[in-house]
Design a protein around this ligand. Structure first.
Ligand code: GLU
Length: 442
């Protein structure tokens, strides 16, 4: 069987770094083992699911380079869910319940006041077929619960958490279908995982209890449960991440000029014992991906760390990787000069403007700059021009260090800091350089 993973977001919001991390790990694990990575849109909640979010999820995955081998959506599969639902009803594993939300709430409060766990008491299992038929004839519409087998703990070897178990007796039989006929997430997910040949379910540890329940659903449907990996959640610098937290969404990072590979490089290693490396492609992340490296404590996502990593990655990116995002006219030579000083690709436009001018004059050191202009004019324009110029000025004026270099930088770029002047001067070119040095002499 081909190793198959899936990323199963509900299209009820934009992806945040936590969801993207889950997608990435599913993708990395599949790639590492020559498997398949599926995108499954969990859109059974028709009220909250929106096409706009589905589109954004696809676009974000594409931007990150996490292309699915196939895409499914749960709303296309309702007939199949109904079929399997009926199988489980016939097998007595799903049963109708008629309690109202208010009734259940009252029972819950009573249980709690008696110090009992607020677990559904399975009163509906005592209804006779006649009673059920009478209720339905009277127009009452049931919701449906999956009857857990409470005889023994559910065990599995979690790829991250190790030996894991859930006591089904501590849980309520989960509602799998609402009175209006719509499905909750749990059962469709299992039916999909079976039908789509999912071999590994990789998701956040907020699903650990669900896994206990879902393992019983797999078994009830006659299927072998997949392997599970439950990852410790990641938190933001200000606490839990939420899908609606715009600041952790991909649109925000795109606008901030973060490279998708920087996001992947950080999220592949966050919460693991591996150091974060400034990789320029996903390949090394695939190669090193291993659940054995994951810890069980929550990891913190820090945007400042992402920005630093982004700069380190940028400093290694080839011109071809960024060319379509550079200002018109900016070539590979210019990229090589500017790259070490950039935090984002967008910063290149800023420096390109410095090269092309006009630049705002910064300082007055008129006589020195006039001498620099005359010296520059007398020298042959060639690749070593910056060192020839500063060498000649040093000999002529006995200036050194900052006194020698800074007035030139300020006149030529309008700034105190920036990329190496040797490269910048060549990009600025002879005419513009002379003009800028002379602009300072009045
Ligand atoms: N739609 C579920 C969620 O976003 C999927 C969980 C799963 O991976 O099974 O939480």
């Amino acid at each position: 069987m081909t190793l198959t993973t899936r990323f199963a977001p509900s299209p009820t919001g934009y992806l945040h770094v936590g969801n993207v991390r889950t997608a990435l790990h599913n993708w990395l694990f599949a790639k590492k083992h020559g498997g398949r990575f599926l995108l499954r849109l969990d859109d059974t909640d028709t009220e909250r699911s929106r096409e706009e979010y589905a589109d954004a999820i696809r676009a974000d995955l594409a931007w990150l380079g996490l292309l699915p081998d196939a895409e499914y959506r749960q709303s296309d599969r309702l007939a199949r869910y109904n079929e399997q639902f009926e199988t489980l009803v016939a097998a007595g594993r799903i049963y109708p319940c008629f309690e109202t939300a208010e009734e259940l709430e009252v029972r819950r409060k009573i249980q709690l006041s008696r110090g009992l766990p607020p677990v559904y008491d399975r009163a509906a299992l005592n209804l006779t077929p006649d009673e059920i038929a009478a209720k339905r004839t009277a127009g009452e519409r049931p919701h449906w619960r999956f009857r857990l087998d409470t005889g023994a703990h559910v065990h599995w070897q979690d790829l991250i958490r190790g030996d894991s178990h859930i006591d089904p007796a501590s849980l309520s039989d989960p509602v799998v279908r609402r009175a209006d006929g719509s499905y909750l997430y749990m059962l469709p997910s299992v039916i999909d995982d079976i039908d789509m040949g999912v071999t590994h379910v990789i998701r956040g540890e907020d699903h650990v209890t669900n896994s206990g329940v879902q393992i019983q659903m797999f078994e009830a449907l006659g299927a072998q449960p997949p392997a599970f990996a439950h990852e410790a959640l990641i938190t933001g610098t200000e606490g839990a991440l939420s899908k609606r937290l715009g600041s952790a969404g991909m649109a925000h990072f795109r606008e901030a000029g973060i490279e998708p590979v920087a996001i992947a490089a950080l999220l592949a290693r966050l919460g693991t014992s591996d150091s974060v490396e400034p990789v320029t492609s996903l390949d090394p992340l695939v190669e090193h991906f291993d659940f054995a490296h994951f810890g069980r404590s929550a990891a913190r996502f820090d945007e400042a760390e992402l920005r630093q990593l982004n700069a380190r990655i940028l400093h290694q990116l080839d011109y071809d990787a960024v060319a379509n995002r550079l200002p018109p006219g900016m070539d590979a030579a210019a990229w090589a000069v500017l790259r070490p000083n950039l935090e984002t690709v967008a910063d290149a436009a800023d420096w390109w403007q410095v090269i092309e001018g006009p630049v705002e004059p910064l300082a007055n050191d008129g006589d020195y700059l006039a001498l620099a202009a005359d010296t520059l004019e007398s020298l042959p324009w060639e690749p070593g021009i910056w060192s020839a110029l500063t060498g000649a000025l040093k000999a002529a004026t006995a200036r050194k260090g900052k006194d020698l270099f800074l007035p030139l930088r300020r006149a030529l770029t309008g700034r105190d800091h920036g990329p190496e002047m040797a490269g910048l001067l060549l990009l600025i070119g002879r005419d513009r350089a002379l003009e800028r040095l002379r602009a300072r002499t009045n």
